[in-house]
Design a protein around this ligand. Sequence first.
Ligand SMILES: C[S@@+](CC[C@H](N)C(=O)[O-])C[C@H]1O[C@@H](n2cnc3c(N)ncnc32)[C@H](O)[C@@H]1O
Length: 288
Amino acid sequence: MNTFAGSPLREYGLPWSDYELLDAGDGKKLERWGEIITIRPDLQANFKSNLLYIEWLEMANWEFEEQSSIQGFWKNIKAHSPEQWMISYGKLNFNLKLTKFKHVGLFPEQQDNWRFIQEQVNPGQKILNLFAYTGAASLVARANGAEVVHVDSIKQMLTWANNNMERSSLSDIKWVLEDALKFAQRELKRGNKYDGIIMDPPAWGLGAKGEKWKLENHLASLIAIAHDLMNPKAFLILNTYSPKVTLADLAEAAEQTFSATEIDIKQLWMPAKTGNELFCGNLLRVIR
Ligand SMILES: C[S@@+](CC[C@H](N)C(=O)[O-])C[C@H]1O[C@@H](n2cnc3c(N)ncnc32)[C@H](O)[C@@H]1O
């Protein structure tokens, strides 16, 4: 296992039949989701794109226009383009739809973690997915025969995830509408333990009862409680997208709780078809 010292190792979310980062640059990215091509802003695309914008517009169905740092609207580029559609990842099926938050229902760079979960998870194991969104990681673990607890603070996300589960002919994922930290603390009191913990917190968020929180204020407690909920032979995945949480912060917080030999600290990148590479966040993995 590598430690943080020295060059951060890049980890790549790879394209698959139904998703591809076609190009990126000039603060935007061009992505193919099955048949549908979108243009979305991305602060990390702070380099020149390899294709001209006019070439992007010739391919795209939709472009997201930001109205504020958190909201905006989708501009239709190609007539009769659907606002909802479905894509697959292996045997799993995901409903995608245009949201006013620029998201469409899947974080494709997470493909790197889905691969890891497929390698790590065995039938009958217990997996806790916190900040679980539309459930891609939950479905990957469930498809491997795990018992999965899926926690998110937004009801619509649980409904969307349940829809993805049914579309993927899976069942029996436990949906929990709760603040992630509060749920984890209650699980600790109950004495529950897990064979795998997946956490993908946003940079800032709202708990189920509107509790405002910022990742940088909770990083150490999230890692510490994950440690206490892990079985002796368990894994942990923690992604961070926050500019306020650097790779060094993640390593420091992890090394306060886990031994250096158990820790893997990486940067998550997505390669574009035209050769650019897009930074998608930092990644802590712990394998015991
Ligand atoms: C970045 S997304 C997670 C993406 C997901 N891991 C994936 O790969 O599909 C963050 C999710 O955390 C949820 N969230 C934000 N604050 C939360 C909190 N305090 N407790 C639980 N969920 C929260 C949001 O509703 C959102 O669905």
